[in-house]
Design a protein around this ligand. Structure first.
Ligand code: NAD
Length: 473
């Protein structure tokens, strides 16, 4: 993985306006292994101008043509699956197994889902004497995080291109290399100049300039609540449409007739996936009080079976956290939890004895967590599970909903109707019953401070379309 010195604007790798550069660090070795340019507002200006120039012609291309483009994109990504996986492991520490099973291939699945959607997409419908046309919304500015760096980009790029929008990307400063690799693939497709553009850089400079750019029609953001609020604020004066995919504090509600061992096992897996750096992570486990100690025993056993270490090894299940700042934040939150009365059942904030280098945090299970405590309310983004007890379904729902967030959740019960009733009462954008499989075409997004707008599937395309009503006599 070598240094990158250009930005991608108007169909070309071109010199950035400034001289600054960003070091890309491997969180397992704590060493810099590549540099990318530190983009500036001047680069954003050029990129948005190119995207605006490209929009009229691109938005008028046929859906069949754009479908072929997306098919070629998926095929191009597939030829580099291994390179994507290794790049993501190096830049954010995802273990090789997760990089190969999720980080690299899932984005290809998402691109292909839009190939399918374009096959039968309804571009217009009739209401009385009016033809309602779905038209491309315009120039999209996408700002993405580091936890699933390629997936988060693709969740925006695929529907935007399918809809006929043009695109400017600002990837996370922690994970720009997977974005560069994607743009290598895009460049090989020979798209018209300006359809896709890449400006790496920091959020406070490039992200803010993009979100607040008057030439932008849609700002699509995935990241933290604090940054999302800034994006919405920057976009407001231009009346730029905003989509926000923000954080989560999802509850895994285990009802008293559930298969406890399975519910805890899958619950731990969902909490610790990608070392807990998953927006949908089930970080709060809710267990009936009479099953609480048994659940803790299961949780301890499963958590301790997770092998932590070198993310390049396929036996590793937990790699390092993505950065020093993230590691320090997670350790601090474990300490705060303990100071507020939580009991460490396994793990804890101390550095792992055998891993002196790398931003590792022990897989941690916390018991006796109060629903109003910091650890129960704050998004941790690390391998930390808070286990809470409840009595009765009503209390379970109340605790699950006692959160500023509302992204995801789980319910476990032998009775599907009962599980469905609890799922319906949870104020979240999605809920999985009994560990249901991930559905890449179901609408994905948040309630409350988890954001607004939806990604994935046909609902994801709505974010990049405008409705035009054409009345006829
Ligand atoms: P972050 O908010 O720090 O950064 C996200 C992106 O925003 C980065 O590209 C960053 O450079 C940029 N940014 C920062 N400040 C900005 C500003 N003022 N204006 C414009 N852009 C700015 O988040 P992160 O630490 O990269 O990612 C972790 C967060 O993302 C977590 O809260 C997680 O839950 C959330 N997330 C949400 C989803 C989802 O779909 N809901 C998916 C993945 C991650």
């Amino acid at each position: 993985m070598s240094d990158r010195t250009s930005v991608y604007i108007n169909g070309q790798w071109t010199a950035p306006a400034g001289n600054g550069r960003i070091a890309v660090e491997n969180p397992a070795t704590e060493s810099t292994f590549a540099y990318v340019p530190e983009g500036t507002a001047a680069d954003v200006d050029r990129a948005v101008a190119a995207a605006r120039d490209a929009f009229p012609a691109w938005s008028q291309t046929s859906p069949a043509y754009r479908r072929d483009v997306l098919q070629a994109l998926a095929d191009g990504m597939a030829t580099r699956t291994q390179e994507f996986a290794e790049t993501i492991t190096a830049e954010m520490g995802a273990p090789a197994g997760i990089a190969a099973a999720i980080q690299a291939p899932l984005p290809q699945t998402i691109v292909r889902s839009y190939v399918d959607i374009l096959e039968n997409f309804e571009w217009s419908y009739e209401v009385g004497n009016t033809l309602v046309a779905r038209e491309a919304a315009g120039v999209v500015g996408a700002i993405t995080p580091w936890n699933y760096p390629l997936h988060q980009i693709i969740c925006k790029l695929s529907p935007a291109l399918a809809a006929g929008c043009t695109f400017v990307l600002k990837p996370s400063e922690l994970t720009p290399l997977s974005a560069y690799l994607l743009f290598d693939v895009l460049h090989e497709l020979g798209l018209p100049p300006g359809v896709v553009n890449l400006v790496p850089g920091y959020g406070s400079e490039v992200g803010a300039a993009l979100a607040g750019h008057p030439g932008l029609d849609v700002a699509s953001f995935t990241g933290s609540v604090a940054s999302g609020a800034k994006v919405a604020e920057a976009a407001a004066p231009n009346i730029t449409r905003v989509t926000l995919e923000l954080g989560g504090k999802s509850a895994n509600v285990i009802l008293d007739d559930a298969d406890l061992k399975l519910a805890v096992k899958i619950g731990i897996a969902k909490a610790f996936l990608n070392c807990g750096q998953t927006c949908t992570a089930w970080t709060r486990m809710l267990v009936p009080s009479h099953m609480y100690e048994e659940a803790l025993q299961f949780a301890t056993g499963f958590a301790e079976s997770y092998i932590m270490g070198d993310p390049t090894l396929t036996t590793t299940k937990l790699g390092p956290l993505a950065s020093k700042a993230q590691r320090d934040k997670v350790r601090g939150l474990i300490d705060t939890a303990v100071s507020e009365g939580a009991r460490v059942v396994t793990g804890g904030s101390a550095a792992p004895d055998d891993l002196p280098v790398g931003y590792y945090v022990r897989p941690t299970v916390l018991a006796d967590v109060r629903p109003d405590s910091t650890i129960a309310q704050t998004e941790v983004f690390g391998p930390v599970l808070a286990v809470m007890s409840y009595d009765g379904d009503d209390e379970a729902v109340a605790i699950a909903n006692d959160s500023d967030y509302g992204l995801h959740g789980g319910v476990w019960s032998a009775d599907i109707d009962r599980a469905m009733s609890v799922a319906r009462r949870m104020r979240t954008g999605s809920v999985d019953i009994n560990g249901a499989a991930y559905n890449p075409i179901a609408p994905f997004g948040g309630y409350k401070k988890s954001g607004y707008g939806r990604e994935l599937g046909a609902a994801g395309m709505d974010e990049y379309l405008s409705l035009k009503s054409i009345g006829r006599p």
